[in-house]
Write a protein of this length. Sequence first.
Length: 550
Amino acid sequence: MARGEPRACRGDRRRRHARRARPRGRRHRPHRHRQRLRRHPRRSRGSPARVRLPAPLRGAHGEGLVRPGSQEAGLRQHPPSGRGLGGELLVSTAHRDGQLVFNAFTELTPGHHFDGTWRLPAVRDRSYLKLKTWTDMARTLERGCFDAVFIADGLGLGGTFGGSHDHAMSHGFLFPNNDAIIVATAMAAATENLSAIFTSSLIQNHPFEFARLASTLDHLVDGRMGWNVVTSALENSFKNVGYDALPSREERYARADEFLEVVYKLWEGSWADDAVIADVETGVWSDPSRIRKIDHKGRSFSTEGPHQSQPSPQRTPFLATPGGSTYAIDLAAQHGELFLTAAPSIEVLKDTKRMLDAKLRSYGRDPKSVKLMQMSHFVIGSTREEAMRKLEETFSYIDPLSDLVVLGGIASLDLGMRPYDEPFRIDDEPRMKAHFARQLEALGNPDVVTIGQLTGFPEHTLKDLVFAGTPEEIADRLEEWRDAGLGGCNVGDYAFHGGYDDFVDHLCPVLQERGLMQREYTRGSLRNKVFGEGDRLPSSHPAAAYRWWA
C-alpha cells in the first residue's frame, strides 16, 4: 500500500488478526531516512530540496451506567467502523471533506473534567495508574477511527477556592496528576494509526531539552505525535519550578514566543534535509557541513546547539494550543494547527471563529490552517430520555461548585472568596476584569456584577458542553456546529473510558454515515492525517522562516 493511501479503521477480529499476520519486512529497510526524503520532496511544499545558509540563526529575542451493546442499553447495533452496511471496506476519495477531527480528551488523574466521576460504579475497576487501562482505551479509540488521544497535564494545584486548595485535593479533582508524555507515547505505540497529543508547559523544560524529547517521540511513533503548547497560568505551578510568584500574562506570552523561536531553530534549521547519509560502505552517518549550531542568546534562553536528534518525520510536532482569551487566540493564530476552546453556545463559537480567522489573516496564514476544536462530552442513549437519565446520574456524583473551581483555576482567580450572587465593583478586581473582558462586553460593561453573571453559574455550567441524546440527535447537532465553523471535538469522558465505548459502538457509525467523521485513516504523520498536505509545516507558518535555505 502506497504512502498516503487510507487505512480502514479496525472493525473486527478477523481484520485485526490478518493485519498481525502480514510480513513485517517492509518496516526494516536500510537507509530509511534517505528514502523518506525522496518520498516527501520539500519542493512540493514550496521550499527547495537543498538549501545552505552558512551564518548561524539568530532571532529577534537575540454507576449505574449501562454497558454499551447490552439489551438494557437499547441502542441499535451498527456495522463496525470502517465498514459499510454490507460489511464492505470503505475508502474515501477526498481528504476529509466536511469531516470533523475527533480527539479523546483525558488526563492521568482521578477526576479530569468533573470531580466525583471516579465514584461511578462502572469506573471503580478502571485504575488510571495501570498502563493496560490506557492501552485498552487506545485500541478502542482506534477501532472508532478517532484521530488522536489528547492528554491534558498540569504542574501544580488548580486555583484556590475560598482561600485554599482543599476542594480539589479532597475531591480528587485534577489531583493527584501524573505525566502526560509517558502515557501518550505508550498509547501511540499500542496502535497503528491513532496519534497522541501530549501537553507540556513552557516552564517545565528548557527548550533544548524539550526539542530533543519531542523529536525522539516523533521518531518512535512515525510522526503520530502532537504537542499541546501551554504557558501555564497557575501560581502553584510556577512556584513548583522555582518562581516566586505568577508572572504577568504579558511576561508568560513573551516567554512563550522565545521558547517557540528556540525550538523552531532546532527542529527546522539545525539539520538540512540531506544531512543524514548512513552510508554503510564509507561508514559516514551524517554530513557535518549540513548540520549547524543555532547559537541562540535571548532574554530567557541561551543554547548553542546543534539539535541532538536528527530530523523526525514532522520535524516540528503537530501543534495545538488551548484557551479563550485574546492572548490565547493570538498565540493560536501565530503558531497553532488546532485551537481548543470551550464555547457554551454556537454563537460564542462563531464569535471565536471570526476573531481567530481575522488574526490568522493578519499573520499571513490561511484560516483553514487551524482547526477550531470544541471541548465536548457525549452522553448517548436509545432515547433522549435515557441519555438524560445517564447524564443526571453522572452529575449526581459531582459538586456543582467544581465548575467555579475549574473556571477560577483557568483564570488564576479565587471565585470562592464571595458568594456567586453577591454584587461587587469590577474595577476592584482588575485581574478578573481582564480575564472576563468578553463577558463584561456582552453584559454591557456594567460597573457592578456578580460571579454568577461573569461565569453563567448556576444557569450555565459545564453541562453546557454536553451533547446528550440518541446518536442521530447528536449527529444533527454536530452538523449545526460544523456549519458554524467547528473543526472538531476534544471528546471528554464522563465515565472514565466507558463513555468512549458508547461513542465508538453507537455514535461513530452514525457520524461516519453522515460524513462527519473519518471511516479510515490516512497514512503518515498526524499533520498529514489532519490536513493531507504532507508531514511538514506549510511555508506560511512562522517556523518555516528558520528552515535551512540554500
